[in-house]
Ligand binder design. Structure first.
Ligand code: MSP
Length: 521
C-alpha cells in the first residue's frame, strides 16, 4: 500500500485555538480522509509547540511551572480536534521524551557533518540583534518597521527586543546555492507558485547564519554537550515532523515508510521556516527533505484582521454550535481559493448553507429519496436501458474521482468542491428535464430508470464529499443503503443494487434561519 504522510504546524501551546488554527488542520483532515478512501496508508500528524520564551513567559504569568502550564493548556488543542472532527493519527507534544531525544539527535547529526562548502554546520559565537518573542524569530535591523507608537517592530507587528548573548549558529550562509538548486530541481516543493517566488528571492539576496541556541532562559531542549544553552524553539519545533516518524530510528519501519513527508501544510506566515530553514537543517543532518510545503492564506473576521487585542477572535466551538460542524467544514474550504486570504462573515456563511447545501445538494437528495419512498416502494429502483441524458449525467458524476484527485494533489480544495457541485447542479437540471412525477403516470419503467440514475449520481456525489462533511454524508450514504464497508474509492464503480430496501428518508441540510431579534419594548 502506498503511504501518505501529512502534517499541520504544531500550535503554540499557550494560544487559544481559533478559526485560523482550525483551518490548517481541517485542510489536512480532508486530505487525510481523501487519501485513506483512495487506498493510501495515511499518517496524519498534529500537535503542540511547547518550548521557548513565549511559553515560559505565559507560564510565569499564570503562576505555574512551564511543565504544569503546558500539561494544562495542551488539552485545548486536543479539544479543538474533537470539535472539528479531525482524524489525526498522532498528536505530538514537543515536551515528550521522544521529541527531546530526536531534537538532540538532529543537532548532533548537523554538528557531525559539513556544509556544502566543507565547513562545520554549527559553531559557537555571540548573537547581538533583534528578537521578537511573539514570533519566536530573529530580525535584521533592515527588516524592522516603526509602529504607530514610534517603537521598532517586526514586520508582523510583534514587539522586538535587543538580545546579546553567547549562541550557537547554524551556518545557513553556506546553504544558499544548495537551496536554490533544490527549488529548481523540485518545483513542487513549495506551493502556491507565488510563495516559491518569494522564497527564492529571499534566498537570492544572501542568507545570514542563524542563531540556534539561547542562554537567557531555560525552557527548551538542552543543547547536547553544553547544557547552559537551550535550542532555538523553531529548530526544536520543526523537528517534530521527524520525531513522529520515529527519528532517530532511521532504519525503523515507520521512518522508512513515512519519511520524507508528502505534505507539510502551513499558513503563509511561517513559509520561511518551512522552506528555507527546515530543508537546510535536514540536508545538513543528512536527512531527506519533505516532498511539498503548501501555504494557505489568512482569515479576517467581517473584513478585520483577527487579533486577541481587537477581541474578534473566532472561536471554532461557537461557530460549530451555531451552524453545525459539516457546514462550517464546507464553508471554510469552499468560500476561499485555498492559498488566498479570505474573510469570514455571517452573511457569507449563511449564503453557502442555504444555497449550496440546503437548496442544491439537500434538496436534490430530499426530493429524489422521498419520491422513491412514495412511488418506488422504498427500494432501489430497477432500471432499464440508459438514454443519452442518463449516460451524460452518470458520466459527469463518474469522472469526479479523477478530477478531485488531481485538484486535491494541488491542494485546490475549492476547485474539488466546485467540480462536485457542478454535478449537483447538473443532477437538479436532469430532475426537472426528466420530470419523474409525470413519468409516474405515462411511463413507470422510464421513471424507475430516471430514479436509479439519480440515486447512483447522488451516491457518487456523496463519495466525493465524504472527506469534507463526514457525518452528514455518512447519513446520506446510509439513506442510500450503501454499507459502511462499501464507501472507499475502490467501490467507486460499484453500483446500487436494484431491489435493495431503503431506510425512511430524512432531511440532511436544514436551511439556516437567523433567530428573530427579541422584540423590543
Ligand atoms: N508554533 C508555530 C508553528 C511551528 S510548526 C513547526 C506556529 N504556531 S501558531 O499557533 O501561531 O500558528 C499555527 C498555524 O495557524 C499557522 O499555520 C498559521 O498560519 C495559522 N493561523 C493563525 N492565524 C491565522 C488566521 N487568522 N488565518 C489563517 N491561519 C492562521 O506558528
Amino acid at each position: 500500500m502506498k503511504s501518505y504522510y501529512i502534517t499541520t504546524p504544531i500550535y503554540y501551546v499557550n494560544d487559544v485555538p481559533h478559526i485560523g488554527h482550525a483551518y490548517t488542520t481541517l485542510a489536512c483532515d480532508v486530505l487525510a480522509r481523501f487519501k485513506r478512501l483512495d487506498g493510501f496508508d495515511v499518517f496524519f500528524l498534529t500537535g503542540t509547540d511547547e518550548h521557548g520564551q513565549k511559553v515560559e513567559k505565559s507560564a510565569i504569568a499564570a503562576g505555574m511551572s512551564p511543565k504544569e502550564f503546558t500539561d494544562k493548556v495542551s488539552a485545548n488543542f486536543r479539544a479543538l480536534g474533537a470539535t472539528m472532527g479531525y482524524s489525526n493519527d498522532d498528536f505530538i507534544r514537543t515536551t515528550e521524551d521522544r521529541h527531546i531525544r530526536s531534537s538532540q539527535a538532529i543537532w548532533q547529526a548537523m554538528a557531525a557533518r559539513k556544509t556544502p562548502l566543507g565547513r562545520d554546520n554549527i559553531y559557537l559565537g555571540k548573537y547581538d540583534g533583534w528578537y521578537a518573542v511573539r514570533d519566536e524569530a530573529y530580525y535584521d535591523e533592515s527588516e524592522l518597521v516603526t509602529g504607530p507608537d514610534g517603537k521598532k517592530r517586526a514586520p508582523s507587528g510583534a514587539e522586538v527586543e535587543w538580545v546579546e548573548e553567547p549562541s550557537y549558529f547554524f551556518r545557513l550562509s553556506d546553504w544558499g546555492d544548495w537551496l536554490l538548486a533544490f527549488y529548481k530541481s523540485n518545483p513542487d516543493a513549495v506551493g502556491p507558485a507565488t510563495r516559491l517566488n518569494e522564497v527564492r528571492s529571499f534566498v537570492e539576496q544572501g542568507l545570514h547564519d542563524l542563531s540556534i541556541s539561547r542562554t537567557t532562559f531555560g525552557w527548551g531542549v538542552k543543547v547536547p554537550g553544553d547544557e547552559k544553552h537551550v535550542m532555538y524553539v523553531w529548530l526544536d519545533a520543526l523537528t517534530n515532523y521527524i520525531t513522529a516518524a520515529g527519528y532517530p530510528d532511521v532504519e525503523g519501519e515507520k521512518f522508512r515508510r513515512f519519511w520524507p513527508a508528502d505534505l507539510h501544510m502551513v499558513g503563509k506566515d511561517i513559509v520561511r521556516f518551512h522552506t528555507v530553514y527546515w530543508p537546510a537543517f535536514l540536508a545538513a543532518a543528512g536527512i531527506a527533505t519533505p516532498k511539498r510545503v503548501f501555504a494557505h492564506g489568512w482569515w479576517t473576521n467581517e473584513g478585520q484582521k483577527i487579533s486577541k487585542s481587537l477581541g474578534n477572535v473566532i472561536d471554532p466551538v461557537k461557530l460549530v454550535e451555531k451552524y453545525g460542524l459539516d457546514p462550517v467544514r464546507y464553508f471554510l474550504l469552499r468560500e476561499v481559493s485555498f492559498g488566498q486570504d479570505g474573510d469570514f462573515s455571517n452573511s457569507a456563511m449563511v449564503r453557502r448553507m442555504n444555497t449550496d447545501l440546503a437548496n442544491d445538494l439537500g434538496n436534490l437528495a430530499q426530493r429524489v429519496l422521498s419520491f422513491v419512498a412514495k412511488n418506488a416502494g422504498g427500494e432501489v429502483p430497477q432500471h432499464g436501458a440508459l438514454a443519452d441524458a442518463d449516460r451524460a449525467l452518470l458520466g459527469a458524476a463518474g469522472d469526479l474521482l479523477v478530477t478531485i484527485r488531481a485538484e486535491l494533489d494541488q491542494q485546490a480544495f475549492h476547485k474539488a468542491l466546485e467540480a462536485t457541485f457542478a454535478v449537483v447542479a447538473e443532477a437538479n437540471r436532469y430532475v426537472d428535464a426528466q420530470a419523474p412525477w409525470t413519468l409516474r403516470k405515462t411511463d413507470p419503467a422510464r421513471m424507475a430508470t430516471v430514479l436509479y440514475v439519480l440515486m447512483e449520481t447522488i451516491r457518487l456525489i456523496g463519495f466525493a464529499l465524504q472527506p469534507f462533511m463526514p457525518t452528514t454524508i455518512g447519513r446520506l450514504l446510509d439513506l442510500l443503503a450503501v454499507g459502511a464497508d462499501a464507501r472507499s474509492f475502490s467501490h467507486w464503480d460499484w453500483a446500487l443494487k436494484p431491489g435493495t430496501k431503503l431506510p425512511a428518508p430524512s432531511g440532511l441540510f436544514p436551511r439556516f434561519v437567523e433567530d428573530a431579534p427579541a422584540a423590543k419594548g
